[in-house]
Design a binder for this molecule. Structure first.
Ligand code: C2E
Ligand code: MG
Ligand code: MG
Length: 452
């Protein structure tokens, strides 16, 4: 847990953020000034003369989940606590405001140099980002910040706030830096992202997607025992786009919920067809934490299984280790319920998501997919061999099957066979391909032809 920094010495008199007894321009929940009032104050401060000014915009990550999971009263508790922490940790001359549902802004005046704004923002982030308690729960919530520094002559208050907002959204979607300072290139990136988001919405409406399938081969008998469904977007101008180009945006915007529903529908229908033709196969389907957080998800999965007629145990839902870890309080209960239906669960990209051994023990999963980054090094780096061998042993001792991802060479295949890995997936055994091109021939049940 991050301890709050020591608070600035308290001084008597009302703080600039709170205007007692003046409901106009004041946010009723937190007592902070609202967006309009903030812009007025910022405008006046900018007009007041020289000296660098900056606006910090802050957003609390996960408030939606708190509202959904624990109720809006719990969400309000978090917002009130955050407002108090912000007030306590900001300087007396700063103006603190609530400018949106879960968005706060701080106006900093009297800055000596540009970098001071970033330092103050980081300090504020540390100060407000420790455990929150709401609805009887302890919640470790993260904050993101965008900072815009105003050259005194050109910047209007609206422009500063909008630049800070651009930096905030960049910080939220980038995931690495929690505090980002606005630059022109961020504006370009955000325009690019906006265009992509619009195109993606259109593509979801027009259903411009396809699933490709990549075989998984069991090492025991070298037969294709499963395929993984991998999403592709067909853009009229750019051709086929890989998921890395659009799945993160679909996750941020929530479009992954309808899109992911279509993926499960299509993949289970494809599996039903293959099963009818005599293949004995499982289907692995990627899902995002955002889908698991949707209260309807579990019912939809059940409905789609019934509609397609495929047995639940023939479907493996894959969720990346990092997404499981980032949203444990939402993902774990959903995973438990899914598993109770009989659906198999896999931890994808294992080794990149920092699950502790204790956590790993408690994640309800059937399969662990070793990330490609470890497989790449098998031939050259003895440490990767050690890590992979250790991971296979660990997984087996927890009762999990191990699938190695990204196998490209026979040397990798041989090593993975020697150490008892259960199944392989990779370009060596087959690239992702459209349903009618993917090779499943090894897994045909010999009796199937007669039965048809
Ligand atoms: P993933 O689930 O780990 O899928 C494996 C990725 O590794 C696939 O990339 C696959 O093409 C690639 N790959 C497989 N074997 C090899 C190999 O031997 N060498 C190399 N270099 N790459 C290999 P792809 O299809 O681009 O998918 C990337 C990621 O996008 C997936 O990683 C998954 O996390 C996500 N994704 C794909 N489809 C969906 C979906 O329907 N829903 C969600 N939420 N995410 C999806
Ligand atoms: Mg996967
Ligand atoms: Mg993976």
């Amino acid at each position: 847990m991050i301890e709050p920094l020591p608070l600035p010495a308290s001084e008597d008199g009302p703080r600039l953020g709170v205007v007692p007894g003046a409901p106009h321009g004041i946010d009723a929940l937190t007592g902070l000034v609202d967006r309009d009032h903030f812009l007025e104050r910022a405008g006046a401060m900018l007009a007041a003369g020289p000296g660098l000014k900056a606006v910090i915009m802050l957003d609390i990550d996960g408030l939606r989940r708190v509202n959904q999971g624990l109720g809006t009263a719990a969400g309000d508790e978090v917002l009130e606590a955050l407002a108090q922490r912000l007030m306590a940790a900001s300087r007396k001359e700063d103006v603190v405001a609530r400018v949106g549902g879960d968005e706060f802004a701080v106006l900093l005046a009297g800055l000596g140099e540009e970098d001071e704004a970033r330092v103050l923002a980081t300090r504020l982030a540390w100060a407000v980002e420790h455990e929150y308690s709401a609805g009887g729960h302890k919640l470790p919530l993260r904050v993101f910040m965008g900072v815009a520094v105003g050259p005194q002559d050109v910047a209007s208050a609206e422009k500063l706030l909008s630049d800070a907002e651009t930096a905030l959204y960049a910080a939220k979607s980038g995931g690495e830096a929690r505090v980002l300072v606005y630059t022109e290139s961020l504006r370009e990136q955000s325009a690019h992202r906006f265009a992509l988001e619009t195109a993606l919405r259109r593509a979801v409406d027009r259903n411009a997607f396809e699933l490709w399938y990549q075989p998984q081969v069991a090492l025991s008998d070298r037969h294709v025992t499963a395929t993984e469904a991998l999403l592709r977007w067909h853009d009229d101008e750019k051709g086929w786009l890989p998921p890395a180009d659009f799945v993160p945006i679909a996750e941020d915007t929530g479009l992954i919920v309808p899109l992911g529903h279509w993926v499960i529908e299509r993949a289970t229908a494809q599996l039903a067809e293959w099963l009818r033709r005599g293949y004995r196969l499982n289907m692995s389907i990627n899902v995002s934490a955002r889908q698991l957080a949707d209260p309807d998800f579990i019912f939809q999965v059940r409905e789609l299984l019934t509609r397609s007629g495929v047995p639940a145990q023939s479907v493996t839902l894959e969720i990346t280790e990092s997404q499981v870890m980032r949203n444990l309080e939402v993902t774990l209960p959903a995973m438990l319920t899914l598993r109770n239906f009989g659906v198999r669960l896999a931890i994808d990209d294992f080794g990149t998501g920092y699950a502790s051994l204790t956590q790993l023990k408690n994640i309800p999963a059937d399969e662990l997919k070793l990330d490609r980054s470890f497989i790449v090094g098998l031939e050259h780096d003895p440490r990767d061999r050690g890590v992979v061998e250790g991971a296979v042993q660990l997984a087996h001792s927890l009762g999990l099957a191990v699938v190695a991802e990204g196998v490209e060479t026979f040397a990798q295949l041989n090593f993975l066979t020697q150490i008892g890995c259960d199944a392989l997936q990779g370009f060596l055994l087959g690239k992702p391909q459209p349903a009618d091109e993917v090779s499943l021939s090894l897994s045909v049940d010999p009796g199937a032809a007669e039965r048809e």
